[in-house]
Design a protein around this ligand. Structure first.
Ligand code: PEP
Ligand code: MN
Length: 338
C-alpha cells in the first residue's frame, strides 16, 4: 500500500500517519521525492479497512501495490533512485559508472597497478574479492582481511570507491570497515539471513542475480534488503544458467531493460561473468549500455593467464581502456554519459 501525500503535507502530518500505522502493526517506509513524499506500508493491510487513510490530514491518495516486491517496485517510487557513493559516484543518474578490477585481490602491488590503470581509463569504483565463493574447496579462497586492506589502500590512493563481496554475516562488520559497497554474490542471492543483516547496515549494496533466479526472485531478494531499512541497493545482472554451454553463462540483456521498468533501483551489468569469455565482454558491455544499464562491472587483470580466478574473462588494461572509449559513444547515442 502506498500513501501519496499532498505536496504541502507537513512533517507533523507525516509523523502522525507513521505513528498511527505503526500502532496498527504496519511498517512505514518514507520516500521523499522531489515533488512529493510517499509512505510505503508493509504488513497486514486489512486493518486499513477500518482505518481509512484517505481521510487523514495531508493524504492525497492511497494506492494498492500489486507487485509482490513492494518497496523495490516502480509502483512504490516512480522516479529513479540515485545511489550516492562518495563525492562523485551517482548510480541511477544520467551518467553510467564503471566498476573495474581483478576478480580476486591477489597482492598489494597488483591492486595498485590495476587501480591506477582503470582510474586512468575512466572507472570510478575498484573491485576485488577478498572472500571468494569458489566451486572447488581446493581453489584460492581469497586473502581475507589482508585483501580488504590492499583493496581499500589502492582505492584511497587513486581516488576510487571500492566494492567487495560479503559471503558470511560473520564478516560483515570487518568488510564494512574497509569497503564502500557490499557485493552479494550470485550464490548468496537467496541467503535471507545475509540479506536481512545487510539490510540493517547503512552501506550501499550490489545484489547480483542468482545463477538460476527468475527476475521476480531477484527482486524479492532485494525486497529483503529494503524492508530491513537499507534502500541503497544496486541490482546486478551477471548472466544465468541455461541449456547453452558455449559460454559460461547466458547474459540476460532482457532483464536489464525489464528491471529498469519494474524497479526504481539502478541496474548494473556484469558482462565478465555474464559471458565468461574475454572476447565477448566488450560487445555485451555495449549491448548493456544500449539496453539502459546504470553501471557496469568489468574484470580487469594485468596478466590474466596468471590470475588466481576468472583469468579467462578478464580484460587486460589496454582492452579495458579501448572499451571505455567505445562505451562513451554508445552512451551518447542513448542520451547517457560515461
Ligand atoms: C565475482 O564478482 O567475482 C563473482 C564471484 O561474481 P558472481 O557472484 O556473479 O559469480
Ligand atoms: Mn570473478
Amino acid at each position: 500500500m502506498i500513501v501519496v501525500l499532498k505536496s504541502n503535507a507537513t512533517e507533523e502530518q507525516i509523523k502522525y500517519i507513521v505513528e498511527k500505522t505503526k500502532k496498527l502493526g504496519l511498517k512505514a517506509n518514507i520516500s521523499r521525492g522531489v515533488e512529493r513524499t510517499v509512505i510505503g506500508l508493509i504488513g497486514p493491510e486489512d486493518v486499513l479497512r477500518v482505518t481509512p487513510l484517505e481521510i487523514f490530514p495531508g493524504v492525497e491518495k492511497v494506492i494498492p501495490v500489486l507487485a509482490p516486491y513492494r518497496l523495490v517496485s516502480r509502483e512504490f517510487k516512480k522516479e529513479n533512485s540515485v545511489i550516492k557513493i562518495g563525492r562523485d559516484v551517482r548510480f541511477g543518474s544520467k551518467k553510467i559508472f564503471v566498476m573495474a578490477g581483478p576478480c580476486s585481490v591477489e597482492s598489494a602491488k597488483g591492486m595498485r597497478s590495476i587501480a591506477r590503470k582503470v582510474k586512468k581509463a575512466g572507472a570510478t569504483v575498484l573491485r576485488g574479492g577478498a572472500f571468494k565463493p569458489r566451486t572447488s574447496p581446493y581453489d584460492f579462497q581469497g586473502l581475507g582481511e589482508e585483501g580488504l586492506k590492499y583493496l581499500s589502500e589502492a582505492g584511497k590512493e587513486f581516488g576510487l570507491a571500492t566494492i567487495t563481496e560479503v559471503m558470511d554475516t560473520r564478516d560483515l562488520d570487518l568488510i564494512c570497515k574497509y569497503a564502500d559497497i557490499l557485493q552479494i554474490g550470485a550464490r548468496n542471492m537467496q541467503n535471507s539471513s545475509l540479506l536481512k543483516e545487510i539490510g540493517k547496515t547503512k552501506k550501499p549494496v550490489m545484489l547480483k542475480r542468482g545463477i538460476s533466479a527468475t527476475v521476480k526472485e531477484w527482486l524479492m531478494s532485494a525486497e529483503y534488503i529494503l524492508s530491513n531499512g537499507n534502500f541503497d541497493v544496486l541490482l546486478c545482472e551477471r548472466g544465468i544458467r541455461t541449456f547453452e554451454t558455449a559460454t559460461r553463462n547466458t547474459f540476460d540483456v532482457n532483464a536489464v531493460a525489464l528491471v529498469k521498468q519494474l524497479s526504481h533501483l539502478p541496474v548494473i551489468a556484469d558482462p565478465s561473468h555474464g559471458t565468461g569469455v574475454r572476447k565477448l565482454v566488450g560487445n555485451v558491455a555495449k549491448a548493456s549500455v544500449a539496453a539502459g544499464c546504470d553501471g557496469l562491472m568489468i574484470e580487469v587483470h594485468d596478466s590474466p593467464e596468471e590470475a588466481f580466478s576468472d583469468g579467462q574473462q578478464s580484460l587486460v588494461p589496454k582492452q579495458f581502456d579501448s572499451l571505455m572509449k567505445d562505451l562513451k559513444k554508445i552512451a551518447l547515442a542513448v542520451s547517457r554519459e560515461i
